[in-house]
Write a protein that binds this ligand. Structure first.
Ligand code: HEM
Length: 179
């Protein structure tokens, strides 16, 4: 029986983490930056990277579903329930965070041209009030996503150093199980 996820899913997992960290760092830095051509360029990168998270999500969901690896294996019942809930919430937030960002951009009247080549449709018309609503929703969803990513990472550390099981090695197969 396999004791890890498939390689494509493992690669997508770490790639998604890097993309979320990059989008988060850019989004946070941009908040206090004075308006300049650099700021606009970085905003574009923030949006392009965030949209990549959204576009990779169906592929990731499909692969996760087809992979068939049972993440509850070797877990206590409460660990299995908690991790199942956190994983589901992470998937929902990987959808909502970029989607709210895209809706905010559309409502604010700034269409997204993905990596400068692929114009994406506006999801809603220009509307100042809606733009504020989606900005707030984007910010709140980001905060929730960051909290859950931290909880998810803390759980991985707990499994590796305290439970000393092979849970982290399922996503980092070159890591040796601690004995
Ligand atoms: C995983 C993906 C993403 C993450 C982690 C992320 C994170 C952030 C963060 C931390 C901020 C600043 C804090 C805040 O507003 O509370 C921000 C702002 C912003 N994001 Fe994102 N974002 C993502 C995707 C997107 C996408 C796909 C778009 C648009 C297509 C977008 C558009 C914006 C805009 C326009 C702002 C500025 C809001 C303002 O202050 O007016 N974001 N994002």
């Amino acid at each position: 029986m396999r004791d890890r996820y498939g390689w494509t899913l493992i690669s997508l997992h770490w790639l998604t983490l890097l993309l979320i960290l990059a989008a988060y760092t850019l989004g946070t830095l941009l908040q206090d930056m004075p308006l300049s051509p650099t700021k606009l360029k970085l905003y574009a990168w923030h949006k392009w990277i965030g949209m990549l998270v959204l576009f990779l999500l169906p592929l990731r969901t499909l692969l996760r579903w087809r992979d068939g690896f049972d993440h509850r294996r070797d877990l206590r019942p409460w660990e299995a329930s908690l991790s199942g809930g956190v994983h589901a919430a992470l998937y929902v937030l990987m959808l909502l965070v970029p989607l709210f960002g895209w809706l905010h951009s559309s409502a604010a009247g700034f269409p997204v041209v993905w990596f400068g080549v692929l114009p994406l449709p506006d999801l809603v018309g220009k509307d100042k009030v809606l733009a504020e609503v989606f900005k707030e929703l984007h910010g709140s969803a980001v905060n929730l996503l960051v909290m859950l990513v931290a909880l998810h990472a803390a759980a991985a550390v707990y499994h590796h150093y305290f439970r000393r099981d092979g849970v982290l090695a399922r996503m980092l197969p070159w890591l040796r199980r601690r004995t």
